[in-house]
Write a protein of this length. Sequence first.
Lengths: 519, 157
Amino acid sequence: MSVTIYVPRDAVALGLGANKVARALFAGAESRGLDVTIVRTGSRGLFWLEPMVEVGTPEGRIAYGPVKIEDVDALLDAGLTTGGAHALRLGDPEQIPFLARQQRLTFHRCGVIDPVSVADYRAHGGYRGLEAALKLDAEGIVAQVRESGLRGRGGAGFPAGIKWNTVMLAQADQKYVVCNADEGDSGTFADRVMMEGDPFNLIEGMTIAGVATGATRGYIYLRSEYPQAFEALKEAIANGVKAGVLGENILGSGKTFHLEVRLGAGAYICGEETSLLESLEGRRGIVRAKPPIPALKGFLGKPTLVNNVMTFTAVPWILEHGAKAYADYGMGRSLGTLPIQLAGNILQGGLIEVAFGITIREVIESFGGGTRSGRPVRAVQVGGPLGAYFPDHLLDTPLDYEAMAAKKGLVGHGGIVVFDDTVDMASQARFAFEFCAAESCGKCTPCRIGATRGLETMDKVIKGIRPEANLKLVEDLCEVMTDGSLCAMGGLTPMPVMSAITHFPEDFRPAGSFPVAAE
Amino acid sequence: MPRFEPWSAPRAAGIIAEHTHLEGATLPILHALQEAFGYVDEGAVPLIADALNLSRAEVHGCITFYHDFRRERAGRHTVKLCRAEACQAQGCDALHADILKQLGTDWHGTTADGNCTVEPVYCLGLCANGPAALVDGEPVAHLTVDVLEVALTEVRQ
């Protein structure tokens, strides 16, 4: 009987040689007369163990990792195909503490199934959410989303049910569902891991959204930096059309939903929903003033539901298990689970889906195991390039929209980037301005001019040119950008800048000009 | 075999025609042209403008807005190096200085032998395994000068 070996096709695994490992496993098994089938899965998100190879045994799956090409022969000789002992043997992957301690509602299939197979998706509970949705009317579906407490996972945290309701009630000959898959924040990869590992979860979530709002066409706006996700989505959509879960008469319901994936072109600002819509229409990604809101006048002027990948992919679980089951997770007004992405200088980085409310410290210490360099953690940026840098004394803040806002930070898309004590916070603050200058769409003055002036002024501070006066100027500029920018790009660039200045003032003093406090 | 076709207006017109039925066809057209020719030739601007009923200024504005679209032919291979915070936390700035010195070029530049063009990119979603790069679209994690050299040798084959 053929043994199934699972090798990830996720970009991280590929970046660490997974294709070569897969080829070597196949060739090595063949030369030993072993009958193996290799299935390419997504990643479970335990990135320090990639490429993580799994073998199907009568006792369940056994994982090995991280597997390098030079390990393959020894692994096969040690009896990998029967789950044999080896230094890289990790045992049952679901018992690895990093994974066992998570609450994987959205990511439970990731790394388990063949991502582009409809049959595999359905065998692991796929399309039960849509089936449940098809038994409800539009109001019923929207009520489930509203009662689940689901908030937009892209960063803004706007209640999803309100958006869905607005689009549902809008009258138009054509409505659209658009997925914001322009996951540009540094330190985030949840969308990528999902699209490469379980794209049908996104397709199902968007289809439910289409049925609920009466939109028959959908687009996934994907960043071009994710070529592997692009391939996985195209393959999944084509297979979905063939299997009757996309297109006309979905699952025999008489409902129609056409879905297409579109590539962005390297503009960070296109993760802002109105800029994304401009880009999708074929123009420069310039932010639109709101109102009108996209839910009423969005793509091509039609009512459009724009949600992030993580928002759509939470929906099938909610429809299958009920709004209350989802709302039982989380704290305060942040309900359900948050896919946290632990990155940067970290020993055990990866994807951690847990209920809202876990503290930053718990994520870094008990999941991450500290820094990869072995040096102490000095700063942690939460929520992408527009998120705050937190020092040690703020790491006990729970990941919750309101709790983070109270500490002048944000949850954003759930990315956590860890820096050790070699980081220079003045250059991180400088980079925030540099990034904003490079990526500003240019529509509003505070962002367009502010970023460039901020960069110049920060350079003066770093060079020691009237540092105190220039820091004051930076702070003043940050206030103008916060209050006067049209969107979050200019409005939130001050967050990393000001948090660096506030929490790490010693890095903004020219060397030797101030006495350094004794440790 | 060269990776890209030489610029040809009739061929470009053919590519454009394949996409005009799409809603918001500009970006798909620009991507397809760059895929074929390695860049978007100035000669494509009036062709796209005509096909989509846009002004040339609108097409020019669109091309120049996005970091992805090149207006000059690139090297045979493209190396995209991530410069964002998660890779900074893993020391990418010093590494990039070494790489650029070794290749003898700067950001957006092409090596003297025309082999590779180096571009900055802000996040590849490989943030727990940085520094990261994309070499001709293939991800590379835990990047070092040596790892990049191996990756470039492999794509040359």
